[in-house]
Write a protein that binds this ligand. Structure first.
Ligand SMILES: Nc1nc2c(ncn2[C@@H]2O[C@H](COP(=O)(O)OP(=O)(O)OP(=O)(O)O)[C@@H](O)[C@H]2O)c(=O)[nH]1
Ligand SMILES: [Mg+2]
Length: 269
């Protein structure tokens, strides 16, 4: 039996989630309309790619917490949380013709807090009025600067004109593929050496923290263990630098990573 991967589509109302869902499946299964709040109940449909069985899940649009008190929004919120918990990957959809709103940020936090792999999709690029490159950079910069423990390259599409189906499915497949294997100790420790060559942890309270060994212990969510001495005095800045470097050097995109720092433990024991 081949593996199954759940991929849910999350975003604020009216950003084009159901349009993307239909275009990827090549069938009009989920209702689309210009009125926001069209989808309420989750719509789940299978799609096969490279022998991977994907369950694509269209969800209702989520509003800001402060505006989610009516019954319909409460229902959408509870369905979303349930599907999010069961998902392997999230398509997080934003409206490219708009700015990034507080609602988008709240939703993205929710996804990251659950340590979900996430593919950021900027939709409706056909509606972008201003300089396209400038707008693309605006989104790229936001996702690059604000989240140290995940590397994100937003994908720009117009679901109406070209949903980039193969490309999106390939991104899901990459995460599935990465989730099958642990990275070898030799590779993680080569990366550790490179990072320490670039930038050592600084002295704090008269002692220098030392990271000696880096081990990949879990996939999706990605968890590393870093072993060494005096690691409780590592600064937040250094940890942010360190995790970003690990992801960059191992070329891990769209997957949130956690590093657990452990003092004076022998990784071989
Ligand atoms: N111009 C443009 N319009 C789009 C695009 N994608 C979707 N739309 C339109 O945006 C409106 C909302 O699309 P939906 O797919 O229903 O959006 P949704 O996110 O599922 O909305 P809710 O279910 O209400 O949260 C519809 O009028 C779509 O035709 C796009 O790429 N470009
Ligand atoms: Mg919808």
């Amino acid at each position: 039996m081949s593996d199954v991967f759940n991929v849910c589509i999350i975003g604020k109302p009216n950003v084009g989630k159901s349009t993307i869902f239909n275009k990827i499946l090549g069938k009009n299964i989920s209702d689309v309309s210009e009125i926001s709040g069209t989808t309420v109940h989750p719509i789940i449909s299978p799609k096969e790619f490279n022998n991977l069985n994907i369950n694509l899940i269209d969800l209702g649009g989520l509003k800001k917490k402060s505006k989610s008190h009516d019954n319909k929004q409460k229902l959408i919120t509870s369905y979303t949380i349930k599907q999010l918990n069961m998902s392997n990957v999230v398509f997080f959809v934003l409206d490219g013709s708009d700015v990034i709103t507080k609602n988008d940020k709240q939703l993205f936090r929710l996804i990251l807090n659950k340590l979900k792999s996430v593919i950021v999709i900027i939709n409706k690029t056909d509606l972008i009025q201003e300089n396209l490159k400038k707008k693309e950079n605006y989104f790229k910069f936001f996702f690059d600067k604000n989240y140290p423990n995940i590397l994100l390259k937003p994908i720009f599409i117009s679901a109406l004109k070209n949903v980039k189906r193969e490309f999106l499915l390939k991104k899901i497949y990459e995460i599935y593929y990465n989730s099958k294997y642990l990275i070898k100790n030799k590779d993680t420790n080569d990366v550790l050496k490179n990072i320490l060559d670039k930038h050592q942890p600084v002295f704090s309270k008269n002692s220098r923290p030392v990271i000696k060994f880096l081990k990949h212990v879990n996939t999706n969510p990605i968890i590393f263990k870093a072993f060494g001495n005096k690691l409780t005095s590592l600064s937040k800045d250094y940890k942010n630098f360190f995790i970003k470097q690990v992801l960059l050097q191992l070329k891990i995109y769209n997957q949130v990573a956690v590093i657990k720092y452990l003092n004076n433990k022998n990784p071989y024991s």
